[in-house]
Design a protein. Structure first.
Length: 477
């Protein structure tokens, strides 16, 4: 068997770093430094033997997430030693998609954020190779083994366009060293949730305020509440409402309902309190994750992708469900393996995906602690639960997925988020905003703007040629 080799290429801006891996995974080059010299031919490429088929895989995410997918690629090479998986990593999902779609980074398999699917299939209807038939031929059991919401998120035009790899919910992290004692919390009427329990917004806000007044470093804050449509979607749904009029065919952003306005007012009271919450400007200067790691933030909204960094920091932390408004809800990001229809290796790509989303592949992806696999049986395996490592309560991720509902299905979702986030930042974090008068007016104005944004594009009717219809030749009399 030839030696296992995976090439991992990490792009940051315009910098391209190539790390050749031989038996161990090297990713330190992805964090910076000078460009290394062009690699020479690998020993196995120079040795005699059959030529290996190259499969190009493009992924995105944090360093640990990219490492996780590179682990899958390397493990697959061991399963099929005739294949050489070349993995390219990008920091963000949009950057990865742009590179693949433009041809800058040709790929046979690429990872895509599910929220981009509707826009991609609208912009380039024939770009993706549907996967349902290819994976059925390889005995992939869709309904029994994988998250149904994730399968739905990656389907379009009555076909499975991409195969779910990950479904990661938004959760809350708490720094154990900064949390008040249980006795102090109980005196505030707070009982931190355990296992699949939930807790309310008032308990959460009281905890954040208690952290902020506790002894700690200068500038320490209790929480940062991201003023984003993504997070508000979870909160409004927890209150029994929704952020759009129709999830399947949204026509407007609806944050004017009684449920939505009540949620936004409560969020704003906490998020605009400068003694308790960080401002977006402070987070732009130093991220919430870095402040949490440095012991300057008691509570932080995040995902499983944050866990490797939190573990490396050495801080004692726990994971909690999102606070609810009568019930608990979350929102999850879905990522899936996709195949460009232009790939010359569609069959091999399908082989790889079928293995990668199978039990062995998904287990491999889970081991670094940065992913929540979309494969159900892996969520109860030690590869994911990791009982001897923080955080102890892995059930929060599993229940967060269960409490996540599909996001609105529209090719304008990204544009809608950008517009809504600008307005939400202004109204939720500015302590001078009149929440009784200005907030409803701003949400009504936002609804009108998004109604125009989401309006179906009118297709022009073909113009009449103006030529008379041909008539029968009159008979001569």
């Amino acid at each position: 068997m030839p030696a296992v080799r995976t090439a991992l290429m990490c792009r940051t801006g315009t910098r391209l770093v190539v790390a050749a891996l031989a038996g161990s995974l090297l990713l330190s080059a992805c964090t910076g430094g000078e460009d290394p010299p062009e690699p020479g031919p690998s020993p196995e490429a120079s040795s005699a033997g059959p030529e290996r088929t190259e499969l190009r895989l493009t992924v995105f995410g944090t360093r640990a997430q990219q490492q996780s997918y590179a682990d899958v690629a390397r493990a697959y090479e061991q399963v099929d030693p005739d294949v050489d998986v070349v993995t390219t990593g990008y920091r963000t999902a949009p950057a990865a998609l742009r590179a693949v779609e433009s041809g800058e980074e040709p790929a046979d398999v690429f990872l895509m954020d599910g929220s981009a699917l509707a826009e991609l299939t609208t912009r380039s209807p024939d770009f993706l190779q549907p996967l349902d038939e290819l994976l059925e031929e390889r005995d992939v059991q869709f309904g029994d083994d994988h998250q149904r919401v994730a399968l739905s998120a990656l389907s379009a035009e009555a076909a499975l366009q991409c195969m779910p790899a990950e479904m990661s919910p938004t959760v809350l992290y708490a720094d154990d060293a900064l949390l008040p004692s249980n006795r102090r919390l109980r005196s505030l009427g707070v009982e931190l949730p355990r296992a699949i329990e939930t807790w309310g917004w008032n308990e959460f806000a009281a905890t954040a305020r208690a952290v902020a007044v506790a002894d700690g470093p200068a500038g320490m804050r209790g929480v940062y509440v991201p003023p984003t449509l993504q997070l508000m979607t979870a909160f409004v749904r927890a209150a029994g409402g929704d952020v759009v009029d129709d999830v399947a065919e949204p026509r407007e952003l609806d944050l004017t309902s009684d449920e939505a306005l009540q949620v936004l007012r409560l969020v704003a009271v906490l998020a605009a309190d400068r003694s308790v919450s960080l401002t977006p400007q402070q987070v732009a200067e130093k991220s919430a994750l870095q402040r949490f790691v440095d012991g300057e933030l008691g509570l932080m909204f995040g995902t499983r992708a944050d866990v490797p960094v939190l573990r490396e920091s050495g801080r004692e932390f726990q994971v909690l469900p999102l606070p609810g408004f009568g019930r608990s809800r979350s929102v999850s990001t879905v990522s899936g393996y996709c195949v460009p229809a232009s790939s010359d290796e569609v069959e091999l790509a399908a082989d790889f995906i079928a293995w990668a989303v199978g039990q062995e592949g998904a287990t491999t992806a889970a081991r670094r602690g940065a992913l929540v696999p979309a494969r159900l049986d892996v969520l109860s395996s030690e590869a994911f639960t990791q009982p001897r490592r923080l955080p102890a309560n892995y059930r929060v991720y599993v229940d967060g997925v269960r409490r996540s509902e599909p996001l609105p299905d529209t090719p304008k979702w990204t544009a809608l988020n950008r517009r809504a986030d600008r307005v939400l930042e202004q109204v939720l974090t500015d302590p001078t905003v009149d929440l009784g008068v200005a907030l409803p007016l701003r949400m009504e104005a936002l609804a009108r703007q998004t109604e125009r944004l989401l309006a179906p594009e009118e297709t022009e009717e073909p113009e009449e040629s103006g030529s008379p219809e041909p008539s029968e030749t009159p008979s001569e009399g």
